[in-house]
Design a protein around this ligand. Structure first.
Ligand code: SF4
Length: 220
């Protein structure tokens, strides 16, 4: 399993979920290496680089050592390693609550749909700078809707982003809008306009708790 490398160590750490429907929940984080997109505002570009290769048994051992029954698998794009993820999740107790952060371009395998408790799907809009056919895959998003366990979390810059979100036809109660920000100050400045968007379109506002608490520090 290829894990992102932060300060030369595999990026596995204990923290609070900073985004999405379980914001504030304690969890162990596992960041996998490699991404099939290259968003211009990506705040984890180091995850694009070759990571550390660890056997899934060793990854499971390190995760279990935290004695925390919640795991957030992030990246990069974790579904690039779907086969390894299946193996890893089979080694974890059934009561573990598993969240996967994904960019929504790769459909989950049936085994992962069975096991993952929550998909945090973050489709990338035009301002991320990827080719639209690569970053917005309605067929893949439909597969996540069918799982019944997906939230759709959009990084937005302003009202101009709403038509592209609406055009995807996703269930409105599962949509979260999140300000485009990579520092606490940027978040503070961007939040009010996104809150207004959420009120206007009847969708949920997503904050970025890790920026509020720790600004742009990595590995927390
Ligand atoms: S999908 Fe996520 S990890 Fe990949 S480039 Fe975009 S922001 Fe970065």
């Amino acid at each position: 399993m290829n894990i992102a490398r932060l300060n030369s160590d595999p990026e596995i750490f204990y923290s609070l979920q900073g985004e999405g429907a379980r914001t504030g929940s304690p969890a162990v984080f596992l960041r996998l290496a490699g991404c099939n997109l290259h968003c211009c505002w990506c705040d984890t570009r180091y995850s694009w680089l070759p990571g550390c290769s660890l056997p899934v048994e060793e990854v499971a051992r390190r995760l279990l050592a935290y004695d925390c029954p919640a795991l957030v698998i992030t990246g990069g794009e974790p579904l690039l390693q779907a086969a390894e993820l299946e193996e890893l999740l089979a080694l974890l107790p059934r009561h573990f609550y598993i969240e996967v952060e994904t960019n929504g371009t790769i459909a989950p395998t049936p085994a992962l749909v069975q096991r993952v408790n929550q998909w945090n799907v973050s489709p990338k809009l035009a301002h991320a700078g990827n080719a639209p056919e690569a970053s917005l895959r309605p067929d893949v998003l439909a597969a996540f809707v069918c799982s019944g366990r997906a939230w759709f979390k959009f990084v937005v810059r302003g009202e101009e982003d709403w038509p592209a979100i609406r055009a995807l036809g996703l269930p409105r109660p599962c949509i979260i809008l999140m300000p485009c920000a990579s520092t606490r100050d940027e978040l503070t400045a961007a939040r009010p306009a996104v809150a207004e968007m959420c009120l206007r379109h009847r969708v949920r506002l997503g904050d970025r708790l890790h920026l509020v608490l720790w600004d742009n520090k990595k590995g927390v």
